[in-house]
Design a protein around this ligand. Structure first.
Ligand SMILES: Cc1cc2nc3c(=O)[nH]c(=O)nc-3n(C[C@H](O)[C@H](O)[C@H](O)COP(=O)(O)OP(=O)(O)OC[C@H]3O[C@@H](n4cnc5c(N)ncnc54)[C@H](O)[C@@H]3O)c2cc1C
Length: 316
């Protein structure tokens, strides 16, 4: 089923989770160990992130450095298939522009279609860790909207090979990312919202937001979206704070604010267990309030913290 079908049929706020593929060398058991404790909450869908390769420099015995490309977390497509078979739950693979040519994207979409995956979340991706700016592949996409249009084309039976006859239409339900506190590269909020609106006009069917810790920011974002005619579901993305160092890492990595009230409580903690307790309480309060607002889905970034997420979902 598609994400939007789940939302249409829902009588209450739904739950969904987002997971990372395990580090290279680990088996699918790592995913099952992570998800097993969360399955009692009957997630409607599970997102699986995509991680592009990173360029690293390895010192050779002669002292010179060798440049190597390393993908630390491969396996998104296969993990989606495994989740769907093992748990009978819909999986949503993330697809990114970075590191992909249009042909490679088409091949990935063909694989997903063969596997019976109905959903994709299309994203641009970030620049590799040691580069400042996002550079598309020579034959790749520069923005998420271009990738989205490629998926829409396939949904209309239009593949890259122009003289393909009688090509089947895929049926992907397409989600995109939205940023309640603005994407860090956008010059201003109205410009970012206009690009988001363009993704919606091009065929996006729902939005999942970047994490936020202040519900007022999400509500203001939803209102701004509605004001410019974005009427699709806007799913809040949520992540509990579980370690003190996240007070600096989260703003630096995701360009979001941590409210003073939460930050002050975290600073007082002596251990990360205490931080996780504070983060859990905050996330429970945030989730309850969002549920009261009638959000379609509470989408949790689980990021290896299944027990914390389980405590949050149990409490709401
Ligand atoms: C829910 C969620 C899931 C994510 N999952 C992943 C993942 O699995 N893997 C991963 O690598 N990253 C992931 N990301 C991170 C994401 O890839 C980055 O935030 C990236 O920098 C932007 O992606 P986007 O799809 O929002 O890009 P876009 O929509 O392409 O926007 C990127 C920037 O360009 C601007 N822009 C858009 N269109 C145009 C245009 N036509 N001309 C000029 N400017 C334009 C926007 O305002 C924005 O500032 C995720 C983010 C979210 C919120």
């Amino acid at each position: 089923m598609t994400v939007t079908e789940h939302i249409k049929l829902a009588k209450d706020t739904l739950i969904s989770f987002e997971i990372l593929p395990p580090l290279k060398g680990k088996g699918i058991g790592a995913i099952y160990d992570h998800l097993d404790p969360l399955m009692e909450f009957k997630p409607s869908f599970i997102n699986v992130t995509y991680h592009r390769s990173e360029t690293m420099f390895k010192k050779k015995p002669d002292g010179r450095f060798e440049k190597i490309d390393v993908r630390k977390r491969p396996g998104t497509v296969a993990i989606c298939a495994a989740i769907m078979n093992h748990y009978r739950v819909d999986a949503v693979p993330h697809l990114i522009c970075g590191g992909f040519s249009k042909n490679e994207t088409e091949d990935a979409l063909i694989d997903l279609n063969f596997l019976g995956v109905d959903n994709v979340l299309v994203l641009r991706g970030d620049a590799p860790r040691n580069e400042t700016f996002f550079d598309p592949e020579p034959d790749g996409h520069a923005y998420a909207i271009e990738l989205l249009k490629q998926v829409v084309n396939m949904n209309n039976g239009i593949y890259l090979e122009e003289d393909l006859k009688g090509a089947l239409k895929t049926k992907f339900c397409i989600g995109v990312a939205g940023y309640p506190e603005k994407h860090f590269e956008a010059p201003n909020m109205p410009a970012d919202l206009n690009y988001l609106k363009a993704k919606v006009d091009a065929g996006a069917e729902y939005i999942i937001t970047q994490m936020f810790f202040d519900n007022q920011k999400y509500l203001a974002f939803v209102q701004k979206c509605r004001d410019i005619g974005i009427n699709i579901p806007i799913i809040p993305g949520l992540k509990p704070i579980t370690a003190k160092k996240q007070l600096t890492v989260i703003p630096r990595t995701f360009y979001v604010d941590i409210p003073a009230e939460l930050a002050d409580e975290v600073v007082k903690c002596k251990t990360d267990d205490e931080v996780a307790a504070v983060g859990t309480e905050w996330m429970i309060a945030q989730s309850r309030e969002l549920k009261k607002f009638g959000v379609p889905v509470l989408h949790y970034y689980t990021l290896g913290k299944a027990s914390v997420i389980a405590n949050v979902v149990k409490a709401i």
